[in-house]
Design a protein. Structure first.
Length: 580
């Protein structure tokens, strides 16, 4: 039969003889990760796959019986689940549709159902066998297991998930939604930041405990969504956005608490935020550049797979990249036991090591693989670059010049502007001139499609240049409280960059061009801050200017982001990149 599940979201094709766990069918019909998903005897298509589904329906239903037989050795588009009772069933309508969709270029995923049973019995005997198999499975135990991420960090796997899944079930039975749990996690983290801001030992201990509780709730919301299959666009956006807001608000709370005790650690707090954000940009850029590349092979990838075949190396590799679970556990324990300065130094050292480890591996993969990258990937990298009017104007002119190397060009401009900001007199023209040169080199770097093996480095280099220039100028100025104001500005700009990533991952493209023009692009903001430092760095007016700029950027990007995610109907994006 052909049905809407629901009509506004997806079309489902289900064989009327389908027999299996309701949870197995629901999983097949609600898997949010793929345009089309199929379980044995059932298939669903998301809105973007409906034209292909209509073509497949027409082709399959109009085919002659001779053409409806399965091929000798049918190969699914992705590895399917292991054989189950009913595996010898006839070639059903959903199977033929899945084959037709795959031939039309639409990804078809047969979700791994594990010990769940889903089959289309061809006769009474196979129907009985399937029903017996259904009754032999503890459906509730399967739901609890499937609520936990398949790939997660050591701390989350062994110290949180064993009990948080039961909290998720408790929430589901009381009608709580994942969004409500996500909001509770945010509020708990904000209270933790407030406790840290008191600057007392009792406040630091309470802050550490509340931060751990916030992380437990952060795990629970995703497990609740998987347990009850309540995926939503708003939930995915809230979960991703709130994670960043919680962490950076906690940094600010620690810095305020340290200031109450006479220790100024705002530069360390801002450095930790810059490093963590740049780490994520490296992840996003590399993944976007390579996720649909062809001939995407590398000896280092084979080595990585070999290491992952040994249990202990899997956990070591997951821990040394300092994912959110390990990172928050470290922050919480150190907050309760030491001082904010120790917390930030531990964060900087740990995140720097993790960044070097992951970036080195990706550089090796990029240099050893012979991948051909698509126009879509090049467009995503250009959007992640966040080029404003100045860089775009330079890029338009540079397209007629001889081809350059984007990553080295961007790196030269970035190094020049950061070094000048750190060494040149602030009351002279040199920082502003260096920022102007940076706008020139960044425009040249994005003049042509970013399809080279190392072109994925361009967005993170540009992020580091903008954030570090702001940090250095604020740290060197004589304006009181310039660093807290710079912290607020970097937080607002980082939100815009994360929002760009989530839109691209959702398949809706980058934020509108007017938004990027309004907030100046990365090179425009860098030039404005450098000019403000030259004119106002000697007094409190620089702090006022940075604060005003932070408020303006935050208002524009937040209003547009909220408007987009509430009204766009973009598909839910579940981030499996960083173990959470």
């Amino acid at each position: 039969m052909l049905a809407a599940v629901p009509a506004a979201e997806r079309v489902a094709v289900v064989d009327p003889r389908f027999v299996g766990h309701v949870h197995a069918l629901r999983l097949a019909l609600t898997d949010p990760r793929f345009p089309a998903a199929a379980a044995p005897g059932a298939l669903t298509a998301r809105p973007e796959a409906r034209p292909a589904l209509a073509r497949a329906l027409t082709a399959v239903t109009s085919a002659t019986p001779a053409t409806r037989t399965p091929p000798a050795a049918p190969a699914p588009a992705t590895p399917g689940p292991p054989a189950r009772p009913g595996a010898g069933r006839p070639w059903t309508l959903p199977d033929r549709l899945a084959e037709a969709l795959a031939a039309d270029g639409v990804p078809v995923q047969r979700p791994e159902l594990g010990s769940l049973v889903a089959a289309v019995p061809a006769d009474p005997q196979s129907r009985k066998e399937t029903r017996d198999a259904v009754e032999a499975v503890d459906d509730e135990a399967v739901r609890l297991r499937s609520a936990v991420k398949a790939r997660d960090g050591f701390f989350t796997t062994f110290f949180v998930s064993p009990y948080s899944r039961y909290i998720a079930r408790w929430c589901a039975r009381r009608g709580l939604t994942p969004n409500q749990v996500t909001t509770a996690s945010l509020l708990t983290a904000l209270v933790a930041a407030g406790c840290a801001a008191t600057g007392t030992r009792g406040g630091f201990v309470a802050a550490g405990l509340l931060l751990l509780l916030s992380f437990v709730l952060d795990c629970t919301d995703g497990q609740l969504a998987r347990y009850s299959l309540q995926y939503s666009t708003m939930g995915a956006w809230l979960d991703a956005t709130f994670d960043r807001a919680k962490e950076y608000a906690y940094y600010a709370g620690l810095a305020l608490g340290a200031a109450r005790g006479g220790d100024d650690v705002w530069a360390l707090a801002l450095g930790a935020m810059v490093l963590q954000t740049c780490r994520h940009v490296v992840d996003f850029s590399f993944n976007e550049a390579n996720h649909d590349a062809t001939a995407n092979t590398s000896p280092t990838a084979a080595l990585s797979d070999k290491l992952d075949s040994r249990g202990w190396t899997v956990w070591v590799r997951r821990m040394i990249v300092l994912p959110i679970g390990e990172r928050w556990a470290m922050i919480a324990v150190l907050t309760a036991a030491t001082t904010p300065r120790v917390v930030f130094w531990a964060l900087l050292i740990g995140c720097a090591f993790a960044a070097c480890y992951t970036t080195a591996g990706r550089l090796l993969r990029s240099l050893t693989r012979k991948a051909r990258r698509t126009d879509r990937a090049a467009g995503a990298l250009a959007d992640l670059a966040d080029s404003g009017p100045l860089a775009r104007a330079v890029a338009a002119l540079a397209r007629k010049a001889p081809r350059t190397f984007p990553a080295p060009t961007a790196l030269v401009g970035a190094a020049a502007v950061v070094t000048t900001a750190a060494l040149a007199p602030l009351d002279g023209p040199w920082p502003a001139l260096a920022a102007l040169g940076y706008a020139l080199t960044s425009g040249i770097a994005v003049a042509r499609p970013l399809k080279g093996s190392l072109d994925w480095l361009v967005p993170p280099v540009l992020r580091a240049a903008e954030y570090l220039t702001l940090l250095v100028l604020a740290a060197r100025s004589d304006a009181p409280h310039a660093l807290p104001a710079a912290f607020g500005l970097v937080a607002a700009v980082a939100y815009h960059h994360y929002d760009t990533v989530y839109r691209i991952r959702g398949g809706t493209g980058a934020p509108p061009a007017w938004l990027v023009r309004t907030i100046g692009g990365h090179e425009g903001r860098t030039l404005v801050v450098a000019a403000l430092a030259a004119v106002l760095a000697a007094g409190s007016h620089f702090t006022v200017a940075l604060t005003a700029l932070a408020v303006a950027v935050a208002l524009v990007v937040l209003v547009e982001s909220v408007r987009f995610w509430v009204s766009s109907g973009a598909p839910a994006v579940h981030d499996e990149g960083e173990p959470a």
